[in-house]
Design a protein. Structure first.
Length: 458
């Protein structure tokens, strides 16, 4: 006699056992798409910015950097760059009092009509000329329960060319004066400030108060974070007024009905004058400063997505060593790392991810840098094939039938047909070329189910 109850129990037991087997199964998959290549010192160019180098012949330099500990070094001797005993070298790279208008400055804002307006212009008060921005914003919505939050700004910007500097600055200071005024007729002030930006990075913020100052305020000698302002190259300097306001929400009675209304309404003004930006090179009190600086330049191999390495370096004096990487657009140096080195001690100086790296060292007294071994490796993408490393991380044997890799437009696969005992590993090759900046899905097809993994290619 056909027993439906017995059949259901058998099915339940079967499903239970299959589920237990799947829960015991686990496959770890690691995709290897990287080819590591060593960059030869013969393909590297050394360019001294401060100091003198020996030997000067590129082939001898490459030989010195090829083998560590062989007694064959490159020597870079420092030069004096301080401005005399106890005095730093300082140069004014921006000085603007707006007496002749606002020529040479770019002006911008996002006070959008028809709800807002505003512009930068020159004004005169008591014979003194300055620049002035005034803007208003008014927006309201009936029949809405939404709370409006708006962010508005107005800025001036100017390019600063530091290519003519005779030193690499390690400090920047800014002075200016301002006058601000804000009247909020409807809304709540969340943020209100002045931002100072260099190369689109905020290096200083000055919080402003509701209502404004009502008078001129002098900001004297702000110390800016120097990695954002380094020679050589052209940098963008900006001063931005930033406002963030949240609307008031209330019900307005109309014909006896409560009408939801959300309103923002305010007026603001900002005046700026006497902007002075100085860059300087520190000198220790009682001594001049000695410094040495050089660039390491090389070409990335095809399909390279990152480079790293190190330089074996020693100094015969106590010194500070800093590394910088040239930005992708080639316009600015970006600070990477700083080392405080002891005399006659070898250090592995880490080199960052860039095609041009600057190393600068400075000390209170003259010194020599010794460069012994340059170790540079590039990481590029395999062309035509990738490797997939599989490991049975479960507690039961597993049968792998197929492996796949795919994105939205392309795929590659390989029939594996292998058993893996717990702990076993295997490497599978898949004919496929991946591309940078894409995300791929890896699938491992087994008798215990399909295991999926996401891989993001840098």
């Amino acid at each position: 006699m056909y027993n439906i109850y017995v059949q259901k129990e058998v099915q339940k037991e079967f499903i239970k056992q299959v589920s237990e087997l799947k829960s015991e199964a686990k496959i770890d998959a690691i995709i290897n798409y990287t080819l590591i290549n060593k960059i030869s010192p013969a393909d590297v160019t050394l360019e001294v910015i401060e100091g003198t180098i020996s030997p000067t012949d590129p082939s001898q330099q490459a030989a010195a950097l090829s083998t560590p500990g062989d007694g064959n070094y490159i020597t870079i001797s420092s030069s004096l760059t301080g401005g005399g005993i106890g005095a730093p070298v300082t140069e004014t790279v921006l000085e603007e009092n707006f007496e002749t208008g606002i020529g040479g400055w770019s002006r911008d804002h996002n006070f959008i009509r028809p709800w807002g307006n505003g512009r930068w212009r020159q004004r005169t008060s008591g014979g003194n000329k300055y620049i002035y921005f005034s803007g208003s914003y008014s927006r309201g919505g009936a029949w809405t329960t939404d709370i409006l939050v708006i962010t508005l700004w107005a800025n001036i910007s100017k390019n600063i060319d530091l290519s003519s500097l005779t030193f690499i600055p390690d400090e920047a200071t800014l002075s200016f004066r301002y006058f601000d005024d804000i009247t909020i007729n409807d809304g709540n002030l969340i943020e209100y400030r002045i931002d100072i930006l260099i190369d689109k990075k905020i290096v200083y913020q000055l919080d402003l108060e509701d209502g404004g100052t009502g008078q001129w305020v002098n900001i004297r000698k702000i110390y800016l974070n120097h990695p954002y302002l380094l020679a050589p190259g052209t940098h963008t300097f900006e001063i931005k007024m930033y406002i963030k306001i949240q609307s008031n929400f209330y019900y307005y009675p109309l014909f006896g009905l409560p009408i939801p209304v959300s309103n923002i309404d305010f007026d603001t003004a900002l005046a700026l004058d006497d902007i002075i930006l100085n860059v300087s090179k520190r000198a220790t009190s009682g001594s001049t400063t000695s410094s040495a600086a050089f660039n390491i330049t090389f070409t990335w191999p095809t399909n390279t997505y990152t480079v790293n390495g190190s330089l074996l370096l020693m100094c015969d004096n106590i010194a500070t060593v800093e590394t910088y990487i040239l930005s992708e657009d080639g316009a600015n140096w970006v600070f990477a790392q700083q080392y405080h080195v002891l005399s006659d001690t070898w250090y592995n100086i880490s080199l960052g991810n860039g095609t041009k790296i600057m190393i600068e060292a400075y000390s209170d007294s003259p010194f020599n840098l010794y460069l012994d071994y340059l170790n540079l490796n590039s990481y590029s993408i395999y062309v035509g094939e990738i490797e997939l490393k599989l490991k049975n991380a479960g507690s039961s044997p597993i049968y792998v039938s197929n492996v796949w890799i795919r994105n939205s437009t392309d795929y590659g696969s390989n029939s594996v047909n292998m058993f893996l005992a717990p702990g076993d590993e295997a490497t599978v090759a898949i004919p496929f070329t991946i591309e940078r900046g894409l995300t791929y899905e890896v699938r491992v097809v087994t008798d215990k189910g399909i295991f999926k993994y996401q891989v993001e290619i840098p």
